[in-house]
Each structure stands twice: as structure tokens, then as C-alpha cells.
Design a protein around this ligand. Sequence first.
Ligand SMILES: NC(=O)c1ccc[n+]([C@@H]2O[C@H](COP(=O)([O-])OP(=O)(O)OC[C@H]3O[C@@H](n4cnc5c(N)ncnc54)[C@H](OP(=O)(O)O)[C@@H]3O)[C@@H](O)[C@H]2O)c1
Length: 371
Amino acid sequence: MSRVILFGATGYTGRITAAAMVRQGLEPVLAGRSRASLDALAASLEGVGAFSTALADVADPSSIRALLDTPNDVLVSTVGPFARFGGPALAAAIDAGAAYIDSTGEPSFVRRVFEQAGPRAAAKGARLLTAFGYDYVPGNLAGAIALRRAREAGRPASRVDVGYFVKGGMSLSSGTRASAAGMMFEKSFAFRGGEVRDVRPGGAVRSFDLGGQMWDGLPLGGSEHFALPRLDTSLNDVGVYLGWAGKWTKAASVGASALGVITSVPGVRRGLTALSTRGTPQTGQGPNAEDRAPGRSIAIANVYDPVGRLINTVRVVGPTPYDLTAELLTWSASMFVARHETGVGALGPADAFGVDELISGCAGLKLRAHD
Ligand SMILES: NC(=O)c1ccc[n+]([C@@H]2O[C@H](COP(=O)([O-])OP(=O)(O)OC[C@H]3O[C@@H](n4cnc5c(N)ncnc54)[C@H](OP(=O)(O)O)[C@@H]3O)[C@@H](O)[C@H]2O)c1
């Protein structure tokens, strides 16, 4: 029997995800570090459906390992910032040979899962699905559809650019703020010339057409760099661009480039990172359901041929980023519960379940492609 364990259930994203899992009948084990917070969460979910609670703390990795009984268990983690707190849950899932899903949006953690944890997980039969939220499932979905359409049109794709946008405004949760603060000082990466390479933070912005209006995006590392080339081996370049900064994106690019130069001075990066991660971050804060409601998640994939001509564009639109993240974590956990025969190691959204399953699963969550 498979059990779903949600670690970080008492945080902002964790609480929304816990409610979604209980509503969907997954009967999750809701795990967190504070008994009082777990009791408060349990009280809020009374009458919604079945669940149990368990204590576990990143400071005691054995407490996370103890959450997992068999390789059929599915550990979902929303405990972030992941660069700081994500390691023990990842290690526990690999050790148990279990399935693991997380909500990270941090490029360095995504890279760690694919490059370092993936091979170890494959050897243990564990299945890892990182960044299974607003970052970076919609871009993988748009990219997978655009690449398929290019193949069907008989046009080989050489480059994919993916842009992420939010319409209708969005306030950030405590966890997103804490994770973004840590990301400011990290090296970035991109898929160029057929391999994942280090790149300086910042760099050239790209413009994306959002229905007649051009929006800029700032380059950053995503799971698309690892996952999309698995779907189409003719790909040479994959870029992921974040467009939340709107009209400030170009200025943010210059700032990020300058920060890249400053932080390359020996010792400076370490000092700045220590400053950004000092103290105990506040948790559990974020916009309420009413304030989230007007937000729309948007991802665009532009696919180009080897001489740089645009082959096609796919735009996917879905619910507000935090609700979408909770629903995606719930859906992927239920898929892992239902299917034990998926691949092992670090998986991308499409290679975990197949492109058709990803399209129909996302459509069920109202994340759909629009031409
Ligand atoms: N990819 C996406 O689109 C996406 C969307 C949403 C969130 N996220 C990411 O998900 C993460 C969580 O976000 P959030 O807004 O939910 O943050 P949050 O409210 O700050 O939650 C952080 C969670 O981590 C737990 N935690 C911290 N230290 C711990 C420890 N030592 N042991 C056990 N648990 C510990 C907190 O427990 P307490 O409740 O006891 O404080 C809380 O449950 C962030 O990294 C965020 O960037 C990504």
C-alpha cells in the first residue's frame, strides 16, 4: 500500500496542499516540526476527509526517514528554502527507495536533484520529481506541446525559450520571499550547445508575446533545461525566463549582472549568502484565497529551427500560482500512488508520466494550452 506524506504541511503552501490532498481523498500523513501547528491544521481540516499527523524536523534527519515505511510511499516536501532545508527530505526518500516530490523553485536545488541526487536515486529505485509547482510545470507542459507540434510538422527544433508570467497581480508567500533572497547570490545555469552550463546571473532578457503585448523575461535556471532535451534530442538550447518583474525586468537584469560580478570576488558570495540566510525565517504567511483569486499563471514556449526561425508558440494559462502548485503536488502524488512502473531517478514532468498524461492531468487542474 502507498501512503502520501506531506512534509511542511503547516507552512503557507503546505496548508493549501494539505487541504487539496484531504479533499481529493489521498488520506495524507501531514508532517511538520510543531505539534501545536499540526493540531491547528488538523482542526481546520476536520470534516473535510481522512488524514493523520506526524512530527519531523530537518534538524533531525532520522525523524524524516522515519516517516517512510516502504518504497511505495510518496514524500511530498514543501519545506523551504530548499537550498537550506531541502537536503534531508531528499536524502530520506532516496534511502527508502521511495517517491519524492517537491515545491522548490530554486535553480540550484533543481540542478542538485537532476545532477547529484538523480543518479543515486536511480541506483536505489527512487523516483524524484522536483519543482512540481507553478515553477516549473507550466513551462514543461508548453514546451512539450510545442516540441510535439514541431515534430508533427516535420520541422526539427533546435531551441526552446520558455517564459513565465503572472497576470492579475500576485503577492508572495513567506517561503517564496525567503527562497528568492537566497537565490540572489547563486550561480545560474542554462542549456547551451547541447549541455547544461554555468552562466552568470542576469544576462540578456527575452521578449514574449502575451496576446499582442510584448513582456520581457529574465533568464534563470529551471527544470526545463534538464527535462525538455529528453523529449527531443535535436535540441541545442533551452532558455527559461521569468517575467514577473514586468517593466522592471531590464533593470533587474542589469542589477543581477552587477551582482554576479560583485559576488565573483572571493569571499563576497559567502558573506552575502550568510547575510541572506541569517536567523529564523518567518513562515506560513501569504495572500488569502480572495487576494489570490484574480491571479493567472501563464507560461509560453517558443520553438525555433536551427537557423533561428520561429516554428511555433504554445501558451498555457492556469489558476493562480499557489493554488496551481497545491493542485499539481496533489495530482503528481496521486499519480505516483497509482503507478509504480514509472522511470526512476530524477524525472521531468513529461518523462515521469508521459506527455499525454501530463496534458490531461494539467487540463483537469485547468492548466491548458491556448493557441
Ligand atoms: N515552485 C513554485 O511555484 C512554488 C510555489 C509555492 C512555494 N514554493 C516554495 O515552497 C517553499 C515553501 O513555501 P511557503 O510559502 O509554504 O513557505 P513557508 O510558509 O515559509 O513554509 C516553510 C515550511 O518549512 C517548514 N520548516 C522550516 N524549517 C523547518 C525545519 N527545521 N523542520 C521542518 N520543517 C521546517 C515550516 O514549518 P513551520 O510551519 O513549523 O514554520 C513551514 O512548514 C519555498 O521554498 C517556496 O519558494 C514554490
